[in-house]
Design a protein around this ligand. Sequence first.
Ligand code: C5P
Length: 225
Amino acid sequence: MLKIAIDGTAASGKGTLAKNLAQKYGFAHLDTGLLYRKVASDLIVKKKDTDNNLEYLSCKYAKEVEFSELKKEYLRSEKIAKLASLIATYPKLRKILNLKQKEFVDINLNKFGGCILDGRDIGTKILPNADFKFFIDASIEIRAKRRLLEKNISFLHENDEKCMLHALIVKMKNRDKLDRSRFEAPLVPAKDAHIIDTSLMSAEDLLLVVTKIIEGRKNIKEKNK
Ligand code: C5P
């Protein structure tokens, strides 16, 4: 049974890698960012995102989150991401969502023969003894371009595209800064993580590199049996 931890920055390719690996090996996969996004979305929908009791309410909503509600599409906005990153600094909220992530592993590890979690603190906090840890990053310009492509917008003028790209770079830089500098579970590579820069790689290249690492180590373990 394999546990795979994937951490990294936004739009670095970690989510696609996690999905591709889950498909390849038939393992269960949890995009842990969706837990933070769901709580942020609930705060926005219930118009509580500027409430003085943000920490208390985040914890309240976090306890109510169901895995079946984590539908990606409507949680994808930058507004939700920004609030998710802010509430992710609350230690009490992280404690509740950490338990949910561990519950996911407990339920699915035996059932699927393996679990893949992607996020910001998987290798350092959630699965410190994962069989494989990967830390995925890419240049901010490339990551912002990927996010823009996902939005599938057709621009009438080149300048509009440049403006939107610039705005995305600023937002993503701010979120990275908050994620890297928070006191509780900051975004840092685990000491034993494979660090991969995907700036010049396609999703297929990344899957190939990571699969080689996994298969290589599995072969060594089998030889040593
Ligand atoms: O990965 P995604 O961009 O969906 O995550 C949204 C936010 O949730 C991140 O910017 C981060 O602040 C928070 N997060 C976290 N720990 C995780 C996953 C996400 O703090 N394991």
